[in-house]
Design a protein around this ligand. Structure first.
Ligand SMILES: *Cc1c(COP(=O)(O)O)cnc(C)c1O
Length: 412
């Protein structure tokens, strides 16, 4: 009989070999068994395909990355443990000391910190430009420019960069174009099909969509990929199996969620425009938005495997930014009044509608002058519109705004 202390728990095979589960299994294994030294050597050298150690790769990451790769129309894709890890991976794998990067002056706060505070410590030079101005980008490019970095839709002003034009400028100076597509998601925009070399996503936001995972994605062309997989494992940016499994579940409904959320966002933006105590509304789906025509052209996702360019009108994303007259006191009152229906959550891309207050969260690091120049005031609110009924969302906003009309009657 087996001694109790000799029966260490080991993974078991699926008991019925003729069957498969109808949903993806989770493989939490930290390591995989090798059949022989010969097989081990082949796996280690990359001659044979397979898994050895979770940090180097695992089935749940590969299954999720493959689905994302298909959506983006890339050659390669890799999952990282956060959006920032994906961005750091791109920088550390493709750039070395003495190189130069051109970055957007409206990047996500942590991305700006990565490029302006961490990169210079590695002797990487940075030029910050307005990437909606192609001439500014062209002028900033130098011989040693290796990466041009921009976001499809910026936070919180929702400005849109022309990916095709940026790709042309980057190519002309021998740099790769890296697009942070987090606010759009592949359901709204597929930058690789527009000429970008690399695209990154914070999977944490739209792609997972349920607010319960932190992950990132880097996807790109084969000719930029030489160092990516190795650098990902060496710097330790790899993802966990359970997170990848959850994100695969989220990805399955991304198209449905973004279609509903975009259509809701259009209705919300149009409603907000009619409100007396709302000073300004920013949404790429509004004709008055400075990049509306570009958005119409660029946000036309192809069917998977298609060549792009098939218009799916009304998909301008799920983010809406507006500014209340009455500054911070108005915003504070509004946030408190709407909190039961639309909570203040300094993230985005969840199934339910949430809001954020850029001046106190994502943009608190800027001086109030800098914020004013950008058009972000104490009264600025950023909505992440969810998939609830548009009636419910508009009713919640209307109720909270009508309270403001009374309280801020003198300001209005
Ligand atoms: C959240 C976010 C990131 C960073 O992603 P994490 O998953 O939080 O690391 C990068 N870019 C944009 C635009 C984001 O919104």
């Amino acid at each position: 009989m087996k001694r109790i202390d000799d029966s260490c728990a080991r993974p078991v095979e699926f008991p019925y070999p003729a069957q498969r589960s109808s949903s993806a299994p989770i493989f939490p294994a930290a390591a995989y068994l090798c059949n022989s030294p010969e097989v081990a050597a082949e796996l280690m050298s990359g001659q044979a395909e397979g898994y050895i150690y979770q940090r180097d790769g695992h089935p749940n990451a590969d299954m999720f990355a493959e689905l994302c790769r298909e959506m983006h129309g890339g050659d390669e894709a890799i999952v990282t443990n956060s959006g920032m890890a994906a961005l750091s991976l791109a920088m550390l794998a493709l750039v070395k000391s003495g190189d130069h990067l051109v970055i957007s002056n409206q990047l996500y706060g942590r991305s700006t910190q990565l490029f302006k505070e961490e990169a210079p410590r590695l002797d990487i030079q940075i030029s910050e430009v307005d990437t909606t101005d192609i001439d500014e980008v062209r002028t900033a490019c130098r011989d040693r420019t290796r990466l041009v970095v921009a976001e499809t839709i910026t936070n919180p002003l929702l400005r849109i960069s022309d990916v095709k034009a940026l790709a042309g400028v980057a190519r002309a100076c021998g740099a790769a174009l890296l697009i942070d597509n987090t606010f759009a998601s592949p359901a709204v925009c597929q930058p690789l099909r527009l000429g970008a070399d690399l695209v990154m996503e914070s999977v944490t936001k739209m792609i997972n969509g349920h607010g319960d995972v932190t992950l990132g994605l880097l996807c790109g062309r084969r000719d930029r990929w030489d160092r990516i997989a190795q650098a990902c494992s060496t710097w330790g940016f790899t993802s966990g199996p359970f997170d990848c499994w959850l994100a695969s579940r989220g990805l399955a409904t991304l198209h449905l969620r973004m279609e509903r959320a975009s259509s809701n966002a259009q209705k919300v933006a149009e409603f907000l425009q009619t409100q007396d105590c709302v000073e300004s509304v920013i949404y790429p789906g509004l004709e008055m938005h400075p990049d509306h025509l570009l958005a119409r052209r660029q946000f036309t996702p192809a069917e998977i495997g298609g060549s792009g360019g098939e218009a799916l009108p009304g998909r301008f994303g799920s983010m809406v930014t507006f500014t209340l007259s009455g500054d911070l006191p108005a915003a504070t009152g509004f946030i408190a009044a709407v909190a039961k229906d639309i909570p203040f959550c300094p993230s985005l891309g969840e199934i339910s509608t949430t809001l954020s207050h850029p001046a106190s969260t994502s943009h608190r690091g800027l001086s109030s002058d800098e914020r004013r120049r950008l058009g972000i005031g104490g009264g600025t609110i950023r909505l992440s519109v969810g998939v609830q009924s548009p009636e419910m969302i508009v009713r919640a906003l209307q109720k909270a705004l009508s309270g403001l009309d009374e309280r801020f009657a003198i300001d209005v």
